[in-house]
Design a binder for this molecule. Structure first.
Ligand code: IVH
Length: 677
């Protein structure tokens, strides 16, 4: 072999190795090597290609992003049209679809066992990818279904799109179709950055995905966090495919083409409905947006028999979720006062059905957001309600803005107690300065105190609290424990029975935990997790009350801001008085031993960050062990970090640790360390 053949062989084997790791990472979601090792391989390939530019090939993993922007999009005629899907908006409509299928297939009673391939309906942009001899030669948008745009330069930049298929037996020519989407996390990050830079925000991940694909400069597309799932084959020549849709997708996956991990074969209408509710209940936790699920008759032979009507197949249907975004009109904008005095602008709306419920109020978060979105009374706005999240105003439809609208200003006085409103420099939130003088702040603090994750007083609803505050019967949480059954029974909408029950649950709430109690106090910046850390660190309330800021800083995840808030709270005699009254009326919790602190323990003062999955213990256990030995665990790597503990599939924390030269411990190093001398 001569030198150049050697070099070529070396280049190809390096590329194959990288392709294999791409496949493990992107397609199987199961990387075999840490990111740093992957980066090393890529740099090695780049260096070798720089020395031998004549051997650079189009399908090399280094060649994703072209050097030059294109000047205009070419057009692509789809050999087989890219169809759309009929929709079902209810189970009745799904039943109709299923009945038509079994009639056409003459299945009779066997319809219950008909196999459907069920998949999430991804909310992105449809694309076609053409592979010739396993090499990606063209990417196209759906366009009008017949003619699309040539976006090869852009699809090449998507890391989930293989430039070359792997494995064996793929057809000579293979056109696959799927959805390019922007994962929710990437979308949020992109918008956060745009907000910081004062740039225009994307309305939703679908627009962001579609917009990203329509860039002339591939460098712009490459910078967008896009991903892909393939869901069908357009055509295949010179090779064969399995005869079930589900198996075709399994096969695509083996050739390195990503398919959705949530896909599943189900039977009959009942199987479809179960799938619909399962995916529906997990919708919020999926890493990408979906707007329903799709059912496809699994057998390709049966698909052929069913055929098409106009632009949609008779063998598939999209079962849509209730829309999460709808348009409506802003009737008014008011300011609500929260527990900490924060003034939240709330839009009162023409009622609209969205996300499965009727919505008549939507939050605008804070005054800066209101100004930025420039929402005015009279505007037509997009309302979004996703899962259990409070409905929010996404944005204004400018083209529907009437000639006369009214802008809303930040009030100078609290709408409830008339105290001055203050907004600190650099803070987005404006606050009422009335403190507990403000009945709104009082009512909100009480609602927080009785809420499920705090003292959990069942049957003490928002309305009753508001009434009790309005008649000046309750000022602080301690007053709750002085309520009598007769008094409660006399309140509006209260019957004897419910008064009795409420007294019983107030009584029951007295037996609580220190963590719940601390959380319920509503100390600013002290959420549930911090309250739990404080409780387990100090073990009892007295030590916490006595703790100096320096002591507080030893608690995991407590920084200077939180420590100062905690000190301020306990320095206020009024707060201590309330706590004393609560304890006198019988509120109690079990005390525990304070945790070992910095002065002792073998890991005294050492700061740890955990990343990846440990095989032998949960992250919580690992954390407890470290804390037990006097160490600290924080969420992100910084110069103050002493050790990063690496589990399986470590994330970006590993890269950061390497960049900052922080000591790395693998699982066995870590175990040795915590097992002591
Ligand atoms: S199958 C002939 N499967 O929905 C079958 N489409 O309204 C055509 N979509 O343009 C498509 N997820 O962009 C199919 N799992 C999925 C899908 C899906 C999203 C989109 C696709 C298509 C539109 C059809």
């Amino acid at each position: 072999m001569n030198g150049s053949a050697d070099t070529r062989a070396k280049l190809e084997s390096l590329r194959d190795e990288i392709r294999y790791h791409n496949y493990r990472y992107h397609v199987l979601d199961d990387p075999e090597i840490p990111d740093a090792e992957y980066d090393r391989l890529m740099r090695q390939l780049q260096a070798l290609e720089e020395q031998n530019p004549e051997f650079i090939t189009d399908d090399s993993p280094t060649q994703r992003v072209g050097e030059q922007p294109i000047s205009a999009f070419g057009t692509v005629e789809h050999r087989i049209p890219m169809l759309s899907l009929d929709n079902a908006f209810s189970s009745a409509e799904l039943n109709d679809f299923h009945r038509r299928v079994i009639e056409r297939l003459k299945l009779g009673d066997d319809g219950d066992s008909l196999r459907y391939a069920a998949e999430p309906k991804l909310d992105g942009a449809a694309v076609s990818l053409l592979y010739a001899k396993g090499r990606l030669v063209r990417g196209a948008t759906r366009g009008d279904g017949t003619t699309g745009e040539d976006i090869t330069h852009n699809v090449r930049t998507i890391k989930g799109v293989p430039l070359r298929l792997i494995g064996k037996g793929y057809p000579e020519t293979l056109e696959v179709r799927g959805e390019v989407f922007m994962p929710k996390a990437g979308f949020e990050a992109l918008n956060t950055k745009a907000r910081e830079l004062g740039q225009k925000l994307f309305v939703n991940p679908r627009n962001a995905a579609a917009g990203s694909l329509r860039q002339l400069d591939p460098k712009l597309t490459a910078a967008r966090p896009l991903d892909i799932y393939l869901y069908s084959v357009g055509f295949a020549e010179g090779g064969s495919l399995p005869d079930r849709h589900s198996e075709i997708l399994d096969q695509l996956q083996e050739w390195g083409l990503k398919t959705c991990p949530e896909r599943k074969v189900v039977r009959g209408v009942q199987g479809c409905l179960d799938y619909y509710s399962d995916i529906g209940s997990r919708r919020e936790t999926l890493r990408y947006e979906i707007d329903g699920v799709v059912y496809k008759v699994d057998s390709i032979a049966e698909q052929r028999r069913l055929g098409f009507v106009s632009r949609a197949p008779r063998w598939a249907i999209a079962h849509k979720f209730p829309a999460q975004e709808e348009l409506t009109v802003v009737l008014d904008i008011e300011f609500q006062v929260g527990r900490t005095g924060a003034l939240t602008p709330v839009a009162r709306l023409e009622p609209v059905f969205v996300g499965g419920v009727t919505v008549s109020n939507a939050t605008l978060h804070n005054i800066d957001e209101l100004r930025r979105k420039d929402v005015r009374i009279g505007d037509t706005v997009i309302i979004r309600r996703a899962g259990d999240v409070i409905p929010e105003v996404v944005g204004v439809i400018q083209s529907r803005r009437p000639a006369k609208t009214r802008k809303v200003q930040l009030p100078k006085k609290c709408p409830v107690c008339k105290s001055a409103v203050a907004k600190e420099e650099g803070e987005a939130v404006a606050r009422c300065t009335g403190g507990l003088y403000c009945s709104a702040q009082r009512a909100e603090s009480l609602k927080h105190f009785v809420s499920r994750r705090a003292l959990d007083i069942e049957g003490l609803g928002a309305r009753l609290i508001e009434q009790l505050v309005a008649v000046d019967r309750i000022h602080t949480p301690a007053d709750l424990f002085t309520l009598t059954e007769d008094e409660l029974a006399a309140m509006e909408r209260m019957a004897e029975k419910s008064a009795q029950n409420l007294i019983r649950s107030i009584e029951a709430s007295k037996s609580t935990s220190l963590a719940r109690f601390l959380y319920g106090l509503g100390i600013r910046e002290v959420g549930e997790a911090t309250a739990a850390s404080l409780a387990s660190h100090f073990g009892n309330l007295e030590s916490l009350v006595a703790a100096r800021e320096a002591d507080l800083l030893k608690v995991p995840d407590v920084g200077p801001v939180v420590a100062a808030r905690i000190r301020t709270f306990f320095d206020e005699p009024h707060n201590l008085e309330i706590i004393e009254r609560l304890q006198k009326s019988g509120v109690h919790w079990p005390e525990s031993e304070p945790e070992t602190t910095e002065s002792d323990g073998t890991l005294a003062g050492k700061v740890f960050v955990l990343t990846g999955t440990l095989s032998d213990m949960s992250r919580d256990e690992a954390k407890q062990r470290i804390i037990g030995l006097g160490g600290k665990v924080t969420g992100s790597v910084s110069k103050k970090t002493d050790f990063v503990v690496l589990g399986e599939n470590p994330g970006s924390k590993l890269r950061k640790a390497q960049a900052l030269n922080v000591s790395l411990l693998d699982e066995s190093d870590f175990k040795e360390l915590i097992s002591g001398p």
